[in-house]
Write a protein that binds this ligand. Structure first.
Ligand code: 4NP
Length: 177
C-alpha cells in the first residue's frame, strides 16, 4: 500500500516524553487484536519486565462489544501458555488517539479506518503491526474468523514474530532517551 513503510523501515515510535503505549486493532476485537494484546503482554513480562508499556486492544467494528475472545483464539494462545479469557471486546474510540502513542492495525482495511478516524491533532502513530516483523513480504495478519484452526495458529506465529520486533523497537527507544 502506498505510504506504508516496509518492515525494514519500521522504527520505534517517536519519543514523546511519555510512557510507551500501544493499542492493537482489528475488526472484531475477538480474534487478532486480543491475541496481539495477550502475546505482547506475555512476552514483555517474560523478556523485558522493566519496560513499562500501557497495552490494550480494540476493534474498528462494533459487532462483538463485551464478548470474550473467540474460543479458537483462546485455544491457540493457551497452547503457548497465554490466557486470553479475561479480555473483553471494545470498539476503538476517539480518545484512543490521545491515550496511545502507537496504534497498530492488523490489516490495511483497519489501518484505513483508523487513518480516517484519527483526529488531526493526534500525535499517535498509526501503522501495521507486521511492520515490526522481520522478513515478511505480506504485512497483513489474515482474518481467521471464517476459517479453520490452522488460521488461528498462523495468527499466533505472525503476532509472536512482530511482538518480539516491537519489544526490541521500544527497548531501543528507551535506550535512546
Ligand atoms: P478479528 O476477527 O477482526 O480478528 O477479531 C473477526 C471477528 C469477527 C468478524 C470478523 C473478523 N465478524 O465478521 O463478525
Amino acid at each position: 500500500m502506498e505510504g506504508v513503510p516496509s518492515a525494514r523501515r519500521a522504527r520505534a515510535p517517536k519519543p514523546r516524553g511519555e510512557r510507551n503505549s500501544v493499542l492493537f486493532v482489528c475488526l472484531g476485537n475477538i480474534c487478532r487484536s486480543p491475541t496481539a494484546e495477550g502475546v505482547f503482554r506475555h512476552l514483555l513480562a517474560q523478556e523485558r519486565p522493566a519496560l513499562d508499556v500501557d497495552v490494550d486492544s480494540a476493534g474498528t467494528g462494533d459487532y462483538h462489544i463485551g464478548e470474550p475472545p473467540d474460543i479458537r483464539s483462546q485455544r491457540a494462545a493457551m497452547q503457548r501458555g497465554i490466557d486470553l479469557s479475561g479480555l473483553r471486546a471494545r470498539q476503538v474510540s476517539v480518545h484512543d488517539f490521545d491515550r496511545f502513542g502507537l496504534i497498530l492495525a492488523m490489516d490495511r482495511n483497519n489501518l484505513r479506518a483508523l487513518q480516517a478516524w484519527r483526529p488531526k491533532a493526534s500525535r499517535a502513530e498509526v501503522r501495521l503491526l507486521l511492520e515490526y516483523a522481520e522478513g515478511l513480504d505480506d504485512l497483513e495478519v489474515p482474518d481467521p474468523y471464517s476459517g479453520g484452526q490452522h488460521g488461528f495458529e498462523r495468527v499466533l506465529d505472525l503476532i509472536m514474530l512482530a511482538s518480539r520486533g516491537l519489544i526490541s523497537a521500544l527497548q531501543q527507544r528507551g535506550a535512546a532517551l
